[in-house]
Design a protein around this ligand. Structure first.
Ligand code: ZN
Ligand code: ZN
Length: 138
């Protein structure tokens, strides 16, 4: 299913700001912060306010069309997200983010934490950091 169809079946219109942001993120090599998205759209002649950028990103994230990537050396950035359970691995040198499948990823850890803390675990946030193949060969 295309992202346009996902917007539609959830009752949202395919508006110009949503199209511009999805296109920008699709073509971006690196996660982009809301400020960077705002600046790049402005450079393309699209004067979408920063508040609108945030609101659009919130909606796209809620529909899981985009994901937030955390990078200790940068502000959190947004990337295009595929459907389903997955996480990101981030290169500590060039800062690109790659998706990896997350099915059953930390079941054992969750069981151990539930046993140790008596919490009921409902969700998790996982991201890995490393050096990508391109940066390894430099
Ligand atoms: Zn790299
Ligand atoms: Zn996971």
């Amino acid at each position: 299913m295309s992202w346009q169809e996902i917007l539609s079946i959830n009752g949202y219109r395919v508006t110009q700001p949503r199209v511009r942001i999805m296109e920008l993120l699709s073509g971006a090599g690196l996660p982009l912060t809301p400020q960077q998205i705002h600046a790049q759209l402005l450079a393309q002649g699209c004067d979408l306010g920063l508040v609108s950028v945030y609101r659009t990103l919130d909606l796209l994230a809620q529909l899981e069309l985009v994901a937030i990537v955390y990078d200790p050396e940068r502000n959190p950035g947004y990337v295009i997200s595929s459907a389903g359970h997955h996480h990101h691995i981030v290169c500590q040198q060039c800062h690109q983010a790659l998706e990896f499948s997350g099915s059953d990823d930390i079941d054992e850890l969750i069981q151990r934490v539930e046993a140790e803390t008596a919490f009921q675990v409902r969700d998790h946030l996982l991201q890995l950091y490393g050096i990508c193949p391109g940066c390894q060969s430099k």
